[in-house]
Ligand binder design. Structure first.
Ligand SMILES: Nc1nc2c(ncn2[C@@H]2O[C@H](COP(=O)(O)OP(=O)(O)O)[C@@H](O)[C@H]2O)c(=O)[nH]1
Ligand SMILES: [Mg+2]
Length: 217
């Protein structure tokens, strides 16, 4: 396994060194930040996945106790020639629990990133913009994929941008997901609101209220 220091780290408040370990097949990754920025173990590891514009970076900033890192991964050629961004932060909930939170792209051609990040995830938040016409297909696809990659995780769907989607109803979307066989919390969230994002993090950590997506056979 090669250990690489990423060249470009975008960080809105400060710049710090981040490292990522990636196997030659791109299959493994263990935490980006330098050791001094980590809190506790990787016990409470949350993964936020969503398409561009779904609010991943904003949600992670809202949750952060420290300056979050947005790490621009270099272009690898082919479809992902433009590269992609990974977000990472740590946060501590008011009950003292420490979180490690990763934001990963939802695009299918970047699926190699999912298995790198999902190892040991406690919870997966699928973020979807209410205005995305493909929101149902995207969400069911993410729930299918991530329930396979993170079989021990709890799942929640967070719908952003509902303030700008007049025709959107949460009940309608929840029912659409139920009709596809997915019974799990589906919650509106404004990623700019820390209290709302923290609430979602708590749902994900709660064995009782967070859901398993009941993937289709
Ligand atoms: N109106 C509105 N804007 C939101 C909401 N959630 C996030 N945003 C905005 O959506 C934009 C895209 O969010 P960003 O975090 O960059 O998405 P990412 O590409 O998934 O990282 C930003 O300008 C956010 O401030 C929401 O619930 N309502
Ligand atoms: Mg982003």
């Amino acid at each position: 396994m090669q250990r690489a220091t990423l060249g470009k780290v975008e960080n809105r408040a400060s710049t710090r060194n981040c490292t990522v370990a990636i196997s030659s097949q791109g299959q493994q990754c263990h935490g980006f930040p330098a050791a001094d920025t980590c809190v506790d173990s990787l016990e409470n590891k949350l993964v936020f996945v969503g398409n561009p514009g779904s609010g991943k970076t904003t949600a992670i900033e809202s949750l952060s106790d420290v300056a979050p890192a947005s790490i621009r991964m270099p272009a690898g050629g082919g479809q992902d020639a433009a590269g992609f961004t990974l977000d990472y932060t740590t946060a501590r909930l008011d009950d003292g629990r420490a979180l490690h939170v990763y934001g990963v792209p939802g695009e299918k051609h970047l699926d190699f990133v999912w298995s790198m990040i999902c190892d040991g995830a406690t919870g997966v938040l699928v973020l979807v913009n209410a205005r995305d016409p493909q929101r149902l297909a995207f969400t069911t696809s993410m729930l299918d994929e991530f329930s396979r990659l993170a079989p021990g995780a709890s799942f929640t769907v967070g719908v952003t941008g509902s303030d700008r989607a007049p025709g959107f109803t949460l009940n309608g979307f929840r029912n659409d997901l139920l009709a596809e066989g997915f019974r799990l919390p589906v919650v509106k969230v404004d990623a700019r609101e820390p209290a709302q994002v923290r609430f979602l993090a708590k749902i994900l950590l709660s064995g009782r209220s967070a859901g398993r997506p009941w993937p289709r056979a």
